[in-house]
Design a protein around this ligand. Structure first.
Ligand SMILES: [Zn+2]
Ligand SMILES: [Zn+2]
Length: 140
């Protein structure tokens, strides 16, 4: 098979400049790397907050040592986990119980706000009233 060699293209041609696809791929790689860095930065906020703030729960004042430090969590004061200023102004060290408490209060707050909004947006009366029977009970 002596002729086979002649079918192959010569490899001496200079490499063409990057195609749009290649540039796009390179760009995506950079973006995904930047995202990963951001993720690891965000994950590091607990460590940073524990370094900046005393190992004491900001609500109940419980003190923590190395042994139970895992029960001390970092709360975002504005509830935005992407808001991680380096000075720690958005972080608060809270024990898991107080942290839980803080979030359920916030959830209730959000729920009442959402209900108020829905009430404004949907003035139409509900076609099905789950409390109709309750009204009958009271009118007895
Ligand atoms: Zn606490
Ligand atoms: Zn929190």
């Amino acid at each position: 098979m002596a002729t086979e060699r002649s079918y192959r293209p010569k490899k001496t041609a200079p490499k063409p400049t990057k195609t749009a696809e290649e540039r796009q791929a390179a760009m995506e790689k950079i973006v995904s790397m930047a995202r990963r860095n951001q993720d690891s930065r965000a994950a590091g906020y607990r460590e940073k907050s524990l370094r900046i703030h005393p190992h004491v729960c900001g609500r109940c004042g419980r003190e923590f040592s190395q042994d139970n430090l895992t029960e001390l969590t970092v709360h975002h004061k504005d509830h935005n986990h992407d808001n991680n200023p380096e000075d720690g102004s958005n972080w608060e060290n809270l024990c898991i119980y107080c942290h839980d408490n803080e979030h359920s209060r916030y959830t209730e707050h959000l729920a009442s706000k959402t209900q108020a909004l829905q009430a404004e947006e949907e003035p139409k009366p509900a076609t099905h009233n789950p409390f109709a029977d309750l009204g009958k009970l009271f009118n007895k």
